[in-house]
Design a binder for this molecule. Structure first.
Ligand code: HEM
Length: 339
């Protein structure tokens, strides 16, 4: 949270300059592509990696050609090794459980990638690591580990899952939503985008929230009860004993018909107006309500507000640059530039 606070003045300028590079890149691929459009996953991850390295670490990947070229791919391999034991692959059961989900994979498979990123953080992110040591009493090893995990797993991993689902939602829409988003992005928020701009973009924010509601990027949460307590829902109550393992499944929680009208439907303006503000109490993608505050006393995502603000700015940027876009979860097939 200290890092996020300190990076607030460069957050939006870095976002915008890295988005310029990302979309230039997509346009170039589109101009060369004859068939399926421009595949955007890796360019998007390159953008996420560069943007987060600058904002969270204060480190510029372009100073290290190997990292600039494939830092995102190194993180992908490191992430895959940790996630493989937990994610469903769809192989015939019980083979998947026995062969893929029963053990942790050996570190040596990704140690080369890990060490490259480690060195990058250690050298280029020196200031942040030193601050962890001097201001927060961490050892250098602890500060390094925390930065690595937050950059690679929390932030890079989270945005790598979330942004494609946001792009797909918008780029595949055929209900006239793009026109409304374009109008809002251009009529509001001042000439230069800032965190303040988003406050005037209610529909864009609502689309971001609704995408997170239907496709929470981290759907499962586990925790062990620290004390006995009673867990209540709209229609039941459960006595939980200290030490019991609990699992929360956000996808189910955020489709509760007691709370959300027509819960399976994507309603772009669901989170607008007074009723929308109230529904934020039930939006749990960050491991806590959207109206809650992450702190050292809970396990809510420390980047909660940065995630929704950044995603809203991503959409606002998109509709200031383009009149419309077409695409799906992996490719952009067409863009029409603003005149
Ligand atoms: C779309 C992007 C993101 C998603 C979907 C996401 C989601 C989450 C979730 C679900 C948790 C709770 C994990 C658990 O305990 O089971 C979490 C924790 C956390 N997130 Fe995020 N996050 C995102 C981006 C970020 C960013 C940009 C940052 C940092 C700058 C960040 C920092 C953290 C930290 C430090 C925690 C641990 C909090 C704690 O244990 O007290 N996250 N995130």
């Amino acid at each position: 949270m200290d890092i996020l606070k300190r990076s607030s003045s460069i957050w939006v300028p870095e976002l915008v300059s890295n988005l310029d590079i990302f979309w230039d890149n997509i346009e170039e691929s589109l101009s060369k592509s004859t068939t399926d459009g421009a595949s955007y996953i890796f360019p998007l991850q390159r953008f996420i990696f560069a943007f987060l390295s600058k904002t969270l670490l204060g480190a510029d990947p372009s100073r290290r050609p190997k990292i600039a070229e494939s830092g995102y791919a190194m993180l992908n391999r490191w992430l895959a090794l940790q996630l493989l034991p937990t994610v469903p692959i769809g192989i015939f059961q019980p083979l998947e459980e026995i062969f893929l989900h029963s053990f942790a994979y050996p570190f040596f498979l990704v140690s080369g990638d890990y060490n490259n990123i480690y060195e990058f953080i250690k050298e280029e992110g020196k200031q942040v690591i030193t601050r962890g040591q001097t201001e927060f009493g961490l050892s250098q090893e602890e500060a390094m580990h925390n930065m690595f995990f937050m950059l690679g797993f929390n932030a890079f991993g989270g945005f790598s899952v979330f942004l494609p689902s946001l792009i797909e939602t918008i780029a595949s829409d055929e209900t006239g939503l793009q026109e409304k988003l374009r109008k809002e992005a251009r009529d509001n928020g001042g000439s230069q985008l800032s965190f303040e701009s988003v406050k005037e973009m209610e529909l864009i924010q609502s689309v971001v929230y609704e995408t997170l509601r239907l496709n929470p990027p981290v759907p499962l949460q586990y925790a062990r009860a620290r004390k006995d307590f009673r867990l209540s829902s709209c229609d039941s109550a459960f006595d939980i004993k200290k030490g019991e393992l609990l699992c929360g499944y956000q996808t189910l929680v955020m489709r509760d018909p007691n709370v959300f009208d027509d819960p399976e439907a994507f309603k772009p303006d669901r989170f607008t107006k007074e009723r929308g503000a109230e529904l934020l109490n039930y939006l749990y993608w960050s491991n806590g309500p959207q109206t809650g505050s992450p702190s050292e006393f809970n396990k809510q995502c420390a980047g909660k507000d940065h995630v929704t603000l950044t995603a809203s700015l991503f959409v606002a940027y998109l509709f200031r640059r383009y009149n419309s876009i077409k695409g799906n979860s992996s490719s952009i097939t067409a863009v029409e530039k603003a005149k």
